[in-house]
Design a protein around this ligand. Sequence first.
Ligand SMILES: Nc1ncnc2c1ncn2[C@@H]1O[C@H](COP(=O)(O)OP(=O)(O)O)[C@@H](O)[C@H]1O
Ligand SMILES: [Mg+2]
Length: 337
Amino acid sequence: MLSKNSIEVSKLIKEYGDFTAVNGISFNVKKGEIFGLLGPNGAGKTTTVHILTTIIDKTSGEAEVAGFDVSKDKDAVRAHIGIVFQDPSIDDRLTGYENLELHAMMYSIDKETRTKRIKEMLEMVELSDKANVVMSNYSGGMRRRLEIARGLLNEPNVLFLDEPTVGLDTQTRRHILEYIKKLNEKYKLTVLLTTHYIEEADYLCDRVAIIDHGKIVVCDTPQKLKEGLHGDIIKITMKTEKEISELDKALKGFKNVSSFKIDEADKKVAYINVLETGSDLPKIIEQAFKKKLNITSIDIRKPSLEDVFIHYTGKSIRDEEAAGNEMMQSIVRSRMR
Ligand SMILES: Nc1ncnc2c1ncn2[C@@H]1O[C@H](COP(=O)(O)OP(=O)(O)O)[C@@H](O)[C@H]1O
Ligand SMILES: [Mg+2]
């Protein structure tokens, strides 16, 4: 393998009839990197993962994984990757150990290596004591951990994780994230993960590509993405949608207001990116006062990855916000202990 990159994607397109699920995306993932595809449901994340893992064929474009072409060298790609699917894909009637053994046999891993590797992976995800329990008795979190262990049996160079923490409780999500970090550090494993949890991408990923409607709208480190939005974000809520659009009009031509984004899901809310809160906030309030607009609440913050997401996609990932924040708070709390 000559390339420094574990994954190289260029102008990738996937069409289903008239519908374009993946619309010409390009990105690279460096060796040893944790790379995140962050986007809402339907953005094209799973489709991209399925193309890169040779499960489905692309319509056009180029993609290489671990140095092999995903269309021409499918077997080689498969030999070098591990996958954890979005949907559970494990046999409930078998024990954890049996599931791993079956999988290792499919990769023709010899008995001795297999035994050693299964033991190591079970320890890694802290399931050694549950190895002989039938999977139907596993919790959601235990299943995910076993799936991660399974994805690692063939000693892959690249691990694909499609929404690894969806449907898990806060505590379990936190554990899964810690395992991913540990794996990446211990085995220098390249990880491509998809998520619609902004805080998860922020916490875990070296670089994040924001994907929406089949297109990558921006890609960089979480830090750089946040720095790209200068100043502060003023989140303002008004009594009616009409008042928000009135305020938008009133602030046109204010040079310190670098953007005014009305929330797509709740049009009574706007995110105003200002350069100098100290002098800009009074001006905004003055305008609202002059036009007799009713402000319900104002919240000022430094740009978060959420704001970056809003800036580039024009919407927030609302439902997940609370869950994500809660999870991050519990990570921070546990670190501080
Ligand atoms: N087999 C398929 N046939 C037609 N449309 C599909 C198929 N698979 C996915 N899509 C559509 O492609 C879009 C992207 O889907 P997906 O990649 O699963 O998004 P994500 O994983 O980001 O939620 C969605 O609108 C989905 O309905
Ligand atoms: Mg998906």
